[in-house]
Design a protein around this ligand. Structure first.
Ligand code: C5P
Length: 223
């Protein structure tokens, strides 16, 4: 799997994280969760009391928090200025604020540089990487030999996410996922799209293992 980059994009709650981690574990690849990076910046801005709709201020602060992403698919972590924020970045406050922050070009430019550096490092060490996000196949690493676009019915996504979150209200969860999709798909910079050459998988009828198996199959086919 040396040199392999798998770009895994898709809608919120489509199963990207579980699938990416499963594929990376099966193939012995590193794993980068770019959504966690956008969430970490958002968490930090909220901590600073910044209004996330104040794009001038968000843009001016985009480079300030120091982010370090772990790349172990078994235990993904992310730190901001040395603090592990893996838990707090999944809060409802961050869910509600992350899409406006992610639409700010300065935020994207800063994280794009970190993402490309992480991929280059994985390739330099001879270890491939699974990178999950919204714009990996379209913008971050268009040369990825395997590109996947995951989708699922909104109600299935909300039901899965509500279960993960320990029984939160599925209809509120569905509204939150759809609100993020709407912003992510319509922003001017690097919107969520199916990248050229990406294989689309509708995960609605499949188990996690089945979807992991499909992506592993795509990866084996290019090697
Ligand atoms: O994947 P996750 O749901 O954690 O992503 C959170 C948010 O981060 C997305 O709704 C989107 O606004 C943003 N994001 C992005 N580009 C990426 C990954 C995530 O804009 N590559």
């Amino acid at each position: 799997a040396a040199g392999l980059v798998i770009a895994l994009d898709g809608t919120s709650g489509s199963g990207k994280s579980s699938t990416s981690r499963g594929v990376a574990a099966r193939l012995g690849l590193a794993y980068l969760d770019t959504g966690a990076q956008f969430r970490a910046v958002t968490w930090w801005l909220l901590q600073q009391g910044v209004d996330v709709h104040d794009t001038t201020r968000v843009a001016a602060l985009a480079d300030t928090p120091r982010l370090v992403s772990g790349t172990d698919p078994g235990a993904p972590t992310i730190t901001v200025d040395g603090e592990d924020v893996s838990g707090p970045i999944r809060s409802e406050a961050v869910n509600a604020a992350v899409s406006p922050v992610s639409a700010v070009p300065e935020v994207r430019a800063r994280l794009l540089a970190l993402q490309r550096a992480a991929i280059s490092e994985a390739l330099a060490t001879g270890r491939g990487i699974v990178v999950e996000g919204r714009d990996i196949g379209s913008v971050v690493w268009p040369a990825a030999p395997v590109k996947v676009y995951l989708h699922a019915d909104a109600s299935a996504r909300a039901a899965r996410r509500a279960t993960e979150e320990g029984g939160s209200d599925p209809s509120a969860t569905e509204q939150s996922l759809l609100a993020r999709d709407a912003i992510d798909s319509t922003r001017a910079t690097a919107p969520l799209v199916r990248a050229d050459g990406a294989v689309e998988i509708d995960t609605t009828p499949f188990t996690l293992d089945e979807v992991v198996g499909q992506v592993v199959g795509l990866a084996e086919a290019v090697e």
